[in-house]
Ligand binder design. Sequence first.
Ligand code: 1CP
Length: 410
Amino acid sequence: SYSFCTLLDWGETEKKKKKMSDLPPMRTDDKAARMLSALKNENKHEVVPVWAMRQAGRYLPEYMKFTEGTEFFYNCQTPERAMEITVQPVRLDIDAAILFSDILIVPQAMGMDVKMCPGKGPQFTAPMSVVGDISSVVDPLVEKFGEAAVKNSSKLIHDPSSQIGKSLVESVAYTKTALNLIRKNLDGKIPLIGFTGAPWTLMCYMTEGSSKPSYAGARRWFFEAPEKAQELLGLITNTCLEVLLQQIEAGAQIIQLFESHGGEITPECFEKYELPCLELIAKTIKTLHPEIPVILFARNCLHSLEKCFASSFDAVSIDCNTSLTTACTFAKKYGKAVQGNLDPCVLYASPEEITKVTHAMLAEAASVMGTTPSGVPASYVANLGWGMLPSHKPESLQTFIDAVHSYGKK
Ligand code: 1CP
């Protein structure tokens, strides 16, 4: 009694499986396995996994050379170039690669025009600068997809057949090609991370139009136009979710959400407006792809840290103003993993000092999380508390990575 529809779905699933199996399988050595082992609480790894936020970027001379005279988004949108930049830091012995792209491709998929201006950062041509007015984004979408589909897409449900997210992300399908190429280049030696921004952090840029010191212009939406804020966050959530599912289908093996402006929202607003968005994203990914770990970079989210750990994410990545012991205590309580949180400025110290501070951080993690059978901190991934800075030296990142890898070895 198979319906035609079931057979069609089955055919689609088989096609997808076949496409995935064209990608090189993960190797089985400790280096290839340690990130997933730590994030999934398996803790079979012998060496602490480590990578660095913004590990591909301006501190690398080869990035400067390769991107000279080119536009930032041109590099994101050209799969061969995105691949090349993504794998540049592999020479530093990192344990995961992260797709070279940006959180701002989600507003672009929603129809907004964003440019990256050297020295200034992102600049939106037409941000939603009137509080509560989302018509500049919504009207063109209604025109194209109809009122009902757009309304459905702002609800915190996942129903691709009645929502527009799946159609919107076709405009950023270049990331699929990039992810495929990167997986082939990495050849199963280390896993590949896909990402988007978290909805609130994206709302900050979409309403303010550029980097701002406090995002008060975005925050006031919750008090002046709460329903419109919710509608906008819903639309962003739907788009992020489809971007992430598209990335997973194309070969991303770990997902990270960047809540970079988590410090600019009150705990009350975070719980009421943002947490349900984050939860829908994490829960849907965990339901459709239980094997894919999902990490939340909860920058300056000490105000809501326990709620982050209690949510459906597998791991929370913390910044350097958040106590590692506090984060590890919550991680233990909820059976989650922790990532972080070396101050990027430690990388300006001498190699001896970088090693000393790194080893102290790992010892602190181990003291709360306990250790794997080989004696390294359990369910823990070493990282910086925020991204690499253009004035960092690659050798300093190398020292940090080597210090993480040498921890616990006699
Ligand atoms: O000229 C250049 O090369 C631009 C610098 C740059 C780079 C290298 C930008 C501009 N984005 C990126 C790449 C990038 N961005 C990655 C690639 C992979 C890697 O980490 O190696 C990732 C994951 C991001 C994510 C991103 N973009 C975030 C979240 C992480 C974070 O740093 O908090 C944010 C907030 C952005 C927005 C953004 N992109 C770029 C700038 C200058 C900004 C604004 C930052 C701000 O408002 O403070």
